[in-house]
Design a protein around this ligand. Sequence first.
Ligand code: MF3
Ligand code: CO
Ligand code: CO
Length: 275
Amino acid sequence: MKRALGFRSGAIEIKSAKEVDAMREVGRLAADTLCKVGQLIRPGLTTEDINTFVHRETLRLGATPAPLNYRGFPKSVCTSINEVVCHGIPGPRALQQGDIINVDVTHIYKGYFGDTSATFYVGEPSDEAKHVTEVSRRSLQLGLEQVRAGARLGDIGAAIQEFAEGQGCSVVRDFVGHGIGRIFHDEPKVSHVGQWGRGARLKAGMTFTIEPMINVGTYEVRILDDDWTAITADGKLSAQFEHTVLVTESGYEILTARAEPLQNSELFGEYFAAG
Ligand code: MF3
Ligand code: CO
Ligand code: CO
């Protein structure tokens, strides 16, 4: 049956073709903004500079920055450096050579949300920074590759957990991917750890994010007194990548796919290719 608006299958919304088009649109805009952020990354840039850029760019596109005032979040983008796992608040901190920084961009356009993030290298990374960043990039890809109608939600977490732990890293439990559409954080919760064959069955038309946060040390996190900034409990590095994805009959479509490679991030294309 054709419907003008999405309906819910269990607790998980199925988007109509029209809604999927809107999700593609906002996804492309968010991806474009993230690409542009990549071009700016350099030592000396402050996270406030990134916020200013993302705020202006979002408005220039005719979109709204979703983080601003979301549950009291004070800025238009999340900037998470080194041991910051997620939800870092932009401010006066300047990027330093050797830092890694995740920039998490979420736009609202015509009522729909598009959510995407990447970790960038500030100059030359340490071996450890490079490892955790490339493990998180690959974790997202492996999670995406599980997505198709009929697969289980647990397959995504299982694929990520097996890989990341096999690489000597840990997977954050306290933050998860999420359904997305007209609501920023909707059902389902998309855990980045899991068991094969468990959890809700995926159906074509579902849209959600996959956004594994991968740590060098413990997966445990601590929230700073600002009530937002999540850092690793042991102070070691954390990295993250995020896409908004559509479930299709045969697989998946990345709604936040980028038109060009990411500057200051996609530097080690063959990191896991050998063997
Ligand atoms: N973009 C984040 C996510 O991936 C959420 C940020 S909420 C904010 O779900 F308030 F911190 F912006
Ligand atoms: Co998200
Ligand atoms: Co995000």
